[in-house]
Design a protein around this ligand. Structure first.
Ligand code: PLP
Length: 461
């Protein structure tokens, strides 16, 4: 193959990238013509590209970074473990990091979760919960002489990953519809997007209506359901939908009353993003299964875990005796050590207590947008803040070109964001300072006012 000369500069790397790479969730035609950053290094909440330009990491590197880039204690943990061993199989052998991390997770998780099964990404952590829930239900049904249930219950606009099992439980049309013929569909209830009620109900009336609808579906399908699978409090990929308080507790109670297992997908919400270590805590919910990933290693390495109740372990131990599922890098020692250091730092730096003040700072910087005709539904939970864009005539803004221009403008001002459709959001690392979150929020607001001034939100018929 002929390879032209390279200088490893921005243009050169992008040209080579476009020839050999395929990026996830990228519109291919747009990627081929957009000027994307080529990241070279990072420090705290800032990323630096190969040309030396720095950017604020407004998405925490897509929700994984928790304590900033190049955190000294995380770097130390990684180097320490690299000095021992980088990886050895977890099939038929064990190691201290995996044991200590499992003990720690069990200690921190909602009560009743006593067993940890490791994998290496959020999709597999959820898929494992789905498979284990099935084995558990199968065991119970055989013992009680009942039909074995084989359908999951999930929510509209839910996102649980990109493996085929989790795609079956997904509810985002743009991502999931095309794979419909390949997957087993789940029973789907509406997302409690009650700030935005399509029927125009008040927030509280909408919450009651959504909960009632979910309960009726649970009741009519109770014999067929393996488990209820949800993202507690925040449906992130579905458009940063913040649940009204009370919905989670009521859904959990509806599951308990019907003896249907509850799987909490805390892959996005876990480790403090919503203000508590796990979102379930806020409504006193103890799920039967909990999937975690993303921020578990502070955004350093791929690691995920599925936590389950002892009764699930016991059921599988009895029959089939073996869980035939595993990954080559299960319980990677580097990742386990960095995860332990992440949990230590999260505790010792008192980051959870500082979240409300930082959230308020973002919302204060967005106050000017509250009355803007091109913005609706400003919302926040923990250290996640979001708003939706629309045209000034109130019609939905869907043109990817416009959204790409807005992203470019923010980048030119030193902020990296990644809109979800017309939803713009900030998920700063929990370690961001008040000044840094304020700066991110102000750049975003300035970007939007400037875009409005240029007529980007005026619909051209
Ligand atoms: C990101 C995400 C996943 C998938 O995790 P990956 O590590 O990207 O496979 C699953 N569930 C939720 C709620 C997520 O946000």
């Amino acid at each position: 193959m002929f390879l032209p000369p390279s200088d490893n500069g921005h243009e050169d790397l992008l040209r080579r990238d476009r020839r050999v790479l395929w990026h996830p969730f990228a519109n291919l035609a747009l990627w081929e013509r957009e000027d994307s950053p080529v990241i070279a290094s990072g420090e705290g909440v800032r990323l630096t590209d190969v040309d030396g330009r720095t950017y604020l990491d407004g998405t925490a590197s897509l929700w994984v970074n928790l304590l900033g880039h190049r955190h000294p204690a995380l770097d130390r943990a990684l180097l320490f473990q690299a000095g021992q061993i980088a990886h050895a199989t977890f099939l038929g052998a064990t190691h201290e990091g995996a044991i200590a991390l499992a003990e720690r997770l069990i200690d921190l998780a909602p009560a009743g979760l006593t067993r940890v099964f490791y994998s290496d990404n959020g999709s597999t952590a959820v898929e494992i919960a789905m498979k284990l829930a099935f084995l558990y239900q199968r065991h119970r049904s055989v013992r009680e002489g009942k039909k074995i249930p084989a359908t999951f219950f999930s929510l509209d606009r839910g996102y649980h990953g990109d493996t085929l099992g989790t795609v079956g439980a997904g509810g985002i049309e743009r991502f999931h519809q095309v794979f419909g013929p390949l997957v087993r569909p789940s029973v789907t209830a509406p997302a409690p997007d009650c700030a935005h009620c399509p029927a125009g109900l008040s927030r509280n009336a909408c919450r009651l209506e959504c909960a009632g609808m979910a309960e009726r579906l649970l009741e009519s399908h109770r014999e067929d359901l393996v488990a209820v699978l949800i993202e507690p409090l925040l449906q992130a990929a579905g458009g940063m939908i913040v649940w009204p308080s009370g919905y989670l507790a009521r859904l959990a109670e509806a599951c308990r009353n019907r003896d249907i297992p509850l799987i909490a997908d805390e892959v996005a919400t876990g480790f403090g993003r919503t203000g508590t270590l796990f979102a379930c805590e806020q409504e006193g919910v103890s799920p039967d299964f909990m999937a975690v990933g993303k921020a578990i290693t502070g955004g350093y390495l791929p690691l995920a875990a599925t936590l389950v109740r002892e009764s699930v372990y016991e059921a599988v131990r009895e029959d089939p005796g073996t869980f035939y599922h595993g990954h080559s890098y299960t319980a990677n020692p580097l990742a386990c050590r960095v995860a332990l250091a992440t949990l230590d730092a999260l505790e010792s730096e008192s980051l959870l207590a500082a979240i409300p003040e930082k959230r308020e700072r973002i919302l204060a910087c967005w106050r000017s947008l509250e009355e803007a005709p091109f913005v609706e539904n400003i919302r926040a939970i923990g250290l996640v803040a979001a708003l939706d864009l629309r045209h000034v005539d109130g019609s939905p803004l869907t043109d990817p070109g416009t959204l790409s221009k807005i992203r470019e403008k923010a980048r030119a001002k030193g902020l990296l964001i990644r809109p979800l459709g017309a939803t713009l959001y900030l998920i700063p690392a929990l370690s961001s300072s008040l000044e840094e979150v304020g700066l991110m929020a102000r750049i975003l607001a300035d970007t939007l006012w400037e875009s409005a001034g240029e007529g980007l939100f005026t619909r051209t018929p």
